[in-house]
Design a protein around this ligand. Structure first.
Ligand SMILES: C[S@@+](CC[C@H](N)C(=O)[O-])C[C@H]1O[C@@H](n2cnc3c(N)ncnc32)[C@H](O)[C@@H]1O
Length: 217
């Protein structure tokens, strides 16, 4: 990884206290609600992008005894906390990296999770494309983030280095469709935290006649 940018430094400083500060109560209640909507195959291989201290993966690994999980985060200090608290070794591992590009093989995961992290990304379309690449066809992407009241809006809030961006429900749908997903559901979990569930659809195959014509021309 390159030298930590300002946002990374902010999360590095936050990490040792993250689980003990008030927002974490809210985040963990959000995780709990999220689990009500999660459906996984019998031996799921999942990725949590922006995993922070690993609390969501801990919850998932407890509920699904056959689950293998990878937590990815760009903050070395968040990962330190996640590894220290890891009760599910070797089923859960934590690796350092950015949300895009992802350092995983194509079609490796059954599900990808992203909670309260997407708002920090400067390249949201690239993140959607990368999640699409690493999911198997039919795999599921669970996105949980605060949203805006206007479904078609993107709200840029100038807090934290580089600010944060909150995406309306329709904007999430548009970004996901461009990347090759179908949006299955929007569901408010807690306050402004909106869960959106996407499924990876197969790449569109052109009809046979169309291909024949192209090659004849
Ligand atoms: C508010 S915390 C949420 C952590 C966890 N997902 C949760 O629900 O508690 C946001 C996390 O996203 C990580 N993050 C932000 N931008 C990132 C990026 N571009 N690539 C990887 N991780 C990122 C931060 O380091 C931080 O751990």
């Amino acid at each position: 990884m390159d030298l930590p940018n300002k946002k990374q430094q902010l999360f590095d400083r936050w990490a040792p206290f993250y689980d003990f500060l008030f927002p974490s109560v809210f985040y963990q209640a959000t995780h709990k609600r999220l689990l009500e909507y999660v459906e996984l195959p019998q031996f799921p291989n999942v990725l949590d992008i922006g995993c922070g201290t690993g609390r969501l993966l801990d919850r998932l690994a407890t509920k699904y005894p056959n689950l293998q999980g990878t937590g990815l985060d760009f903050s070395a200090e968040m990962l330190r906390q996640a590894r220290r608290a890891n009760r599910h070794r070797p089923r859960l591992i934590f690796v350092q990296g950015r949300a895009a590009p992802l350092r995983f093989a194509d079609e490796q995961f059954d599900a990808v999770f992203n909670t309260l992290s997407f708002l920090h990304y400067s390249e949201p379309e690239q993140v959607f494309a990368e999640i699409h690449r690493v999911l198997r066809p039919g795999g599921t992407f669970y996105l949980v983030d605060p949203t805006t009241v206007r479904p078609t809006g993107i709200w840029h809030v100038p807090v934290s280095p580089e600010g944060i961006r909150l995406y309306g429900a329709k904007v999430r749908e548009q970004m996901s469709t461009q990347a090759g997903f179908r949006c299955l559901k929007h569901q408010y979990l807690l306050g402004p935290n909106l869960l959106t569930i996407f499924t990876k659809i197969l790449p569109k195959v052109e009809p046979f006649e169309k291909n024949v014509n192209r090659y004849e021309a």
